[in-house]
Design a protein around this ligand. Structure first.
Ligand code: PGA
Length: 250
């Protein structure tokens, strides 16, 4: 795991965008694994700005998102599909038919999970997966104690995750109770992973990431089993991690 320590969220977003832009320039048909949430928003702003000013093209890129709420249609203002359209896709030259998210409206959700795994395989796997991290160490919607063997699956969201996401809804009762998420095994199958963390509220999760061995009670620890993980984190997020220990993280 390689760590890039940055000053603040702004710098994190800029650096993360550089990594993605480099990937797209060197691999114009790259498969990008994308994430929603507050963390990647600034990165997406940078990607759009770079596309507009420098002309980096996404015409050949394919995108697969980590997760989607069950029960929200793509045009619902709180669906992850809507989030991605609003914060990224509309600003790029990415053809709609090259954009993929799990379908949270599918009648048969298990079949939808299998379809999504098959789709990722058919695309040739994910070249670069972007991740945020939850306060409890979740990646995607893989909550603590999810088996590291899981591929795409339906999850019941924990109260803490629903509470964290309630800020985007009228109130917590409107936050869906279930989601479809790529599993830890699907995430680890990516060729390269980019984890972003910003702010004091992620400091404890980053401390655990650094100090704990691989264990299913802390999902992000699975990333220690992967050869190519870059972590870009700001000073607040790293405030509980000893500077000298960075280089020793596995
Ligand atoms: P955030 O969420 O980016 O909104 O902090 C990250 C996550 O829960 O994975």
């Amino acid at each position: 795991m390689r760590i890039i320590r940055v000053k603040n969220r702004w710098e994190m977003s800029e650096k993360a965008a550089q990594v993605i832009i480099e990937k797209v320039k060197t691999h114009p048909f790259a498969v990008l694994g994308l994430a929603t949430g507050g963390t990647p928003k600034g990165t997406y702003v940078n990607l759009i700005e770079n596309h507009q000013k420098e002309g980096t093209s996404y015409a050949g890129v394919r995108t697969v998102n980590l997760d989607e709420y069950v029960g929200l249609p793509p045009d619902h203002k709180n669906s992850y599909h809507h989030f991605m359209n609003k914060h990224l896709f509309r600003g790029l030259d990415l053809p709609e038919e090259q954009i993929f998210l799990p379908n949270g409206m599918a009648d048969d959700l298990d079949a939808e999970c299998r379809r999504y795994d098959a789709l990722i395989d058919a695309l040739g796997g994910i070249d670069l997966q972007l991740l945020g991290i939850g306060k409890n160490g979740h990646i995607g919607f893989n909550e603590p104690d999810t088996s590291f063997q899981t591929k795409t699956h339906v999850v019941e969201l924990t109260h803490s995750t629903r509470k964290a996401n309630a800020r985007f809804f009228e109130n917590i009762n409107e936050v869906p109770t279930h989601a479809i998420t790529m599993g830890i095994a699907s995430i680890l199958a990516s060729k390269e992973i980019l984890l972003l963390a910003s702010g004091k509220n992620k400091a404890e999760a980053m401390r655990r990431l650094w100090e704990e061995d691989v264990n299913e009670a802390f999902p992000a620890s699975a990333l220690k089993m992967h050869e190519h993980v870059i972590v870009i984190a700001d000073e607040d997020a790293l405030s509980l991690v000893d500077r000298d220990r960075h280089s020793r993280a596995r």
